[in-house]
Design a protein around this ligand. Structure first.
Ligand code: SAM
Length: 245
């Protein structure tokens, strides 16, 4: 992971408590909690997942996949402090998807939040085919991905597209989640043009930390970076909930 992103997630862990993280995150799965079937929960690219922390109280077994050890350690600490005990049902898997296979369990819930846009559409197809074979009738799948309405989608900067490999449309998701296997329960297409104050303030703190880390102490240079942070862009994202047929 890029150093600046590592600084982001460490700062996130330092100043955003579990309660604030859950309160500030939109959890569309909460509406479907009554229909969770038996079986473990899986999250791909879990980071410090608000979903896994919140749902740790369901008592379900959790499989948390990320390829950054520090993120998995932060998640473990978050879950333990949220449930109030050493959570025995947590499996932390330091795996790089799609190089390594997803575990062979049958999951009741699979979460891929802000994850699939790091892959080509072909890799996403492969990942979804694994999800299809590791779910059963009634299993739920939540997906959140950057959409074509995201400002970065039209960026001329090659690095942006090396990092975010695909910006999704509704058709892309319809093709990935074949109606032969999945019912779409919810589709939401959002564009956020102005960040809430909470996010703006967090990102200013992040920029300051990055400037400190790279020893940029010249006031004019610092201000130029902070001014850049004030500029808004459109964050376009699609969220879907599917139910396995
Ligand atoms: C943008 S964060 C999303 C975290 C969390 N799902 C959320 O919505 O808050 C993406 C996470 O995926 C992890 N990740 C990125 N590429 C990965 C890969 N190929 N395999 C496993 N994890 C990956 C990163 O380390 C990071 O923690």
């Amino acid at each position: 992971m890029d150093k600046t992103l590592e600084i982001y997630w460490k700062l996130y862990n330092e100043i955003i408590s579990n309660e604030v993280m859950i309160h500030k995150s939109q959890n569309l799965l909460r509406n479907f909690e009554e229909e969770f079937i038996d079986g473990p929960i899986l999250e791909l690219g879990c980071g410090q997942s608000n979903f896994l922390v919140e749902f740790s109280k369901t008592g379900k077994e959790i499989f948390a996949i990320d390829n950054e050890e520090f993120q998995l350690n932060f998640l473990k600490k978050r879950i333990e402090s949220y449930t109030g005990d050493a959570f025995e049902k947590l499996h932390l898997l330091n795996i790089t998807i799609p190089e390594k296979e997803i575990p062979q369990e049958i999951f009741s819930l699979v979460i891929a939040s802000d994850f699939l846009h790091f892959f080509s559409i072909e890799d996403s197809k492969y990942i979804i085919s694994q999800i299809t074979s590791r779910t059963q009738k009634g299993s739920l799948i939540y997906v959140r991905v950057h959409s074509k309405s995201h400002s970065y989608s039209n960026s001329q900067n090659k690095n942006v597209h090396n990092y975010f490999k695909h910006f999704f449309t509704e058709d892309d998701l319809n093709n990935l989640f074949d109606e032969k296997y999945f019912d779409r329960m919810l589709f939401s297409n959002t564009v956020q043009d102005i960040r809430p104050k909470f996010e703006r303030e967090f990102e200013t703190k992040w920029t300051e930390k990055v400037l400190d880390e790279y020893k940029i102490f010249n006031q004019r240079q610092r201000q130029a970076h902070l001014d850049e942070n004030i500029k808004e862009m459109s964050v376009g994202y699609i969220q879907c909930v599917y139910r396995r047929k």
